[in-house]
Design a protein around this ligand. Structure first.
Ligand code: PEP
Ligand code: CO
Length: 420
């Protein structure tokens, strides 16, 4: 069963003054129109909120709050992404599959930031190029799911809504915990604010290019829409410096693509096995109509088994007929499996997919810009090696997808660099 899709009318916070619009106003009008078009678009993967009015109230409250990421920071990141697009810098994007509210505490955030900065430093040292660091952080609180419901594996076999991230519900398998609660969207905002404060503390004294920037999946529309604002350069998202559209929500005519079209932030799209070369070309054009370098990143996650067959035609088509894109390899989301009752990923296929990615991009004269990883600064055993028999999940903490620990993350980045 698919939960009913709800869309709330968008209330633009800006209406251009009368008379002949200036160029900036034209851009604004265009963006506002595009965003208004969201109302009629299908929004995939929205939770079934039991009380739609409460969602509207939350959306209005969010619209009255300050942005999390001001436009000048978004522009700073865009300048870094432009270097990445030209092959003059590398990119590492990483963090939790799903952030947790209770983890929005300074000490842990600091360790996450240090971990990412360490990976960027490895990239710089290994390549002699600058490396942009993007966290899956300060807003990665909403999750798309392959099924809207989940059935208990043991006991009574109860069926309940899936966990959709802390912005929606709680992971505990209990009816009260799993019921989507819209006020959690406000908590997501507050936690993101706390996390961002700590991230900004880490910026002091660092060049703009060596800062950790924030990113998350642009998924929950009642959260994203009210944080879209007008700035000096047009419409932008104040929910993150960079936002991406997931593999399950990248329909060309869907609401998520319209949202990303409406803002001038750098944005990404995950591309998995069901994408056709034509889809990829169309997405590149509609999300980057002016061909701005760094505006659009394709995060490819085909899986080690299919990458050799599926990636080359996509890269070829986009290079020939599409708008410019940054190519990033996510070696994790196409390589999931279940072992000893745990959702896990094996190191070897992730290394293999990374190698196939670099080789394919090189063969097509494109820049393999870097890696998108799920990782944590904690010494977890969530991803394992084929060489460990039997695999031991002695420290498994993720409520969603399995993450790389610091040693595994550094190895993956070093492996990537050795292929460049
Ligand atoms: C994710 O990045 O956690 C995710 C759900 O990815 P994808 O959209 O590629 O499946
Ligand atoms: Co994930």
């Amino acid at each position: 069963m698919t939960p009913p899709v709800r869309t709330t009318p968008y209330d633009p916070h800006h209406s251009p003054a009368g008379g002949v619009p200036t160029r900036a106003e034209e851009t604004t009008m265009h963006a506002t129109t595009t965003l208004a078009a969201l109302t009629g678009r299908t929004a995939a993967q929205q939770p079934y909120w039991p009380d739609p009015d409460a969602v509207d109230t939350v959306e209005r409250e969010l619209a009255g709050l300050p942005v999390l990421t001001p436009e000048d920071e978004v522009v700073d990141l865009m300048n870094g992404m432009a270097l990445v697009a030209r092959g003059a810098a590398l990119l590492v994007q990483g963090g939790d599959c799903a952030e947790r509210f209770h983890e929005a505490v300074p000490d842990l955030v600091r360790r996450k930031v240090d971990n990412l900065q360490g990976l960027a430093a490895i990239m710089r040292a290994g390549s002699g190029l600058p490396a942009v660091a993007l966290g899956r952080i300060a807003g990665q609180y909403g999750k798309p799911r392959s099924s809207p419901f989940e059935t208990e594996e043991s006991g009574a076999g109860r069926k309940m809504p899936s966990y959709c991230g802390d912005a929606v519900n709680e992971p505990e398998f209990e009816p009260a915990a799993r019921t989507p609660e819209p006020r959690r969207l406000l908590t997501a905002y507050t936690c993101s604010q706390i996390v961002l404060d700590e991230i900004r503390r880490s910026w002091s004294g660092r060049p703009v290019l060596e800062r950790v920037y924030t990113s998350h999946e642009l998924l929950l529309l009642p959260y994203e829409r009210p944080l879209v604002r007008e700035g000096a350069h047009g419409t932008y998202s104040g929910s993150a410096h960079f936002g991406w559209i997931g593999e399950r929500t990248r329909r060309e005519d869907g609401a998520h693509v319209a949202l990303a079209q409406a803002v001038h932030n750098p944005v990404g799209v995950k591309l998995g096995p069901t994408v056709s070369p034509e889809d990829a070309v169309a997405l590149s054009r509609s999300l980057n109509p002016e061909g701005v370098p760094g505006r659009l990143t394709f995060i490819v996650r085909f899986g080690a088994k299919e990458v050799d067959e599926l990636l080359p035609p996509v890269v070829r088509a986009v290079a020939r007929h599409g708008a410019p894109v940054v190519w990033l390899c996510d070696p994790m989301h196409g390589n999931g499996l279940k072992l000893a009752g745990h959702k896990t990923r094996l190191i070897e296929p992730m290394r293999a997919e990374t190698a196939a990615f670099v080789r394919t991009l090189r063969e097509h004269g494109q820049w393999p810009a870097g890696l998108h990883l799920e990782l944590t600064p904690d010494p977890v055993t969530e991803c394992v090696s084929e060489l460990d028999r039997p695999p031991r999940f002695t420290d498994y903490r993720s409520t969603c997808d399995p993450r790389l620990n610091p040693e595994q993350s550094a190895d993956m980045v070093t492996h990537f660099l050795s292929l460049l």
